[in-house]
Each structure stands twice: as structure tokens, then as C-alpha cells.
Design a protein around this ligand. Sequence first.
Ligand code: PMV
Length: 321
Amino acid sequence: MRAIARAHANIALIKYWGKADVRRNLPAVPSLSLTLDGLLTQTEVELDASLVADQVYLDGQELSGLPYQRVKQLLDNLRVLAEVHTPMRVTSHNHFPTAAGLASSASGFAALVVAAGHALDLGLSAEQQSAFARAASASAGRSIFGGWVELLAGADSARQVAPGSHLDVEMLVAVTRRGPKQVASTRGMQHTLETSPYYPAWVGAAPAVFDRGKGALLARDLGALGRAMEHSTLLMHASMLAADPAIIYFAPPTIAILERVRELRAAGTEAYFTMDAGPHVKVLTPSGFSARVFTALSEVPGVLEVLRCTPGPAAHLVEAE
Ligand code: PMV
């Protein structure tokens, strides 16, 4: 039994940071994301009774340690449901234009659930796929769906709010550094929860910002959506900055990009920024402005590369036998 699946990364406009239940990996705050076309993971899963344990390859490297354990845990959860004990070989490739630590866990776990679910012939619904992916990495629960997606606080699974075509936008990713992120999100969230006096304020403020962002999305009001996105982003980063010791994902080019986005807007080009657990900046802009924003971001000193992404599709099966 063998299956190949594809999934796309997503970027949160309204951010998730903090867990309501660490063991079950349930988010403490609601989030809203856009699945992106450009950033793709393709994963093949094959059941192989000749193996003594699961084997996992990511971009040609065999995984071990914690990354391996997270994959194995997800496969174990699916095997329990399938009442199967057979080890699996997982071969995954990130087709990202760059390996800059860009939300690859979201597309990775989403592709893994779809491929392994089919290899085990589980017939999972999208909701069930999202719940399994969310248990591995909350943002991965959102990558099961295409377009605009929400994951509510304490929710088991994400769901689509609107298809990608709902708003004619692009998300530009300004890459500012190569290599993996400094503080992994799970550890960063826990540290924020344990030491930041602003964490309760963040959790308290998040639902209203989410409602504002979702309302703006449904009303197709990009300006209000963009402003809610920037507010959510900076509220989240403020909670991290107030941790002890502080978690600082900003690098010098990060600040320069934020300033450039504000200048563009002041000059009449609609563009809005967001950042995650890394120094890269993602900029949301109407498709008609995207070429102009691409040039402006490319010119900021310290920007290594700018990726242009359109709204992307749901995770899906490519092949199964
Ligand atoms: O799902 P995780 O553990 O990769 O955490 C994602 C956290 C952020 O990217 C910072 C925000 C988000 O909602 O995607």
C-alpha cells in the first residue's frame, strides 16, 4: 500500500501562539490563514513489512531525534485507527524556492496525513485529516484546506472560511536569512506562556482581533483585514518580547521591510505585513500592486529573495496503489 500526496504551506493573518492544552496540542487563540500556492511539500508513504521501524527521509536526509519522533507519533495515531502495525517508509520533498525555515511543518504534516491515510486506506474526511495534522503541528491543521482557513481556540480541526478566489491578492515573502529558525515555535510558545507578563493580555486580546479580521475577510475589505493582520502580528511579537529572556525574531532587515511597507501604503500602494517565528516578512497586497511591491521589497538592503505566492489549493492525493 503506497500513496503520494501534496500540501501547501499557509501563512496566518490572525496568529496562533500558545496552547490551551499542551498534551492534545489545542490552540489557546483562534487563527485565520491563507494557504499558498508556491510553497509545496510532496510526500510518499509506503507500508513495508520488511522494515523493523518507520523510516523517514526529508529532502534526501534520514530524520532522527525529535523531528523523527513527531512523524512517528502521527503515524502511530493513524495506525491505531487502522488497527495495523506495519512500519512505513516516508519520503518527503519540500518544493520551496528556498530552504529558509518557511512554515514547512504545516505543509509537511498535512501532506503526511493525506498520504499515510490513503496508504492505510482509512477513508478520512478533510475534518479528520485536519485533526490528525493539527495534533502534530497546529498550523498543519489549516494546510489541509485551500484558500482562507480558520482554526478556532480549543478546536480539534480547522475549516475553510472562503475559497482562495474570494479576494484577488498575493502574499509576497521577503526572505531575510537562510537556515532554520532560532527558537522552535512549540518551545517559544511555552516560554512565552511561562514567563511573559503580556501572555494573558495577548490571549485576552486575540478573539476580538480574530473577529475583526474574519469580518473584514467576509466583507472583502482588504484594508481592514490588513490592519487586523498587522495588529495580530505585533500583539503576538509583543508577548514574546516581554518573555524572560526575550524571544526576538526580528533581524535588522525585518524592521527595514516593515518601514518600507508603511511607506508604500502612505504613497497609495495597498500592502500589509505579517511575520511568524522567524525574521522573514510576508506582505499581503492586491494582485494589481504585486509587481510594484515585489520591486520595492527586493530593493530593501538585506532582503535575499522575494517569493510571490497566490492563494493555494487544499492538500490532495496525487497517486495511490
Ligand atoms: O503550528 P506551529 O507550531 O508551527 O506554530 C505556528 C506559529 C506561527 O507561525 C507563529 C503562527 C501561526 O498561526 O501560524
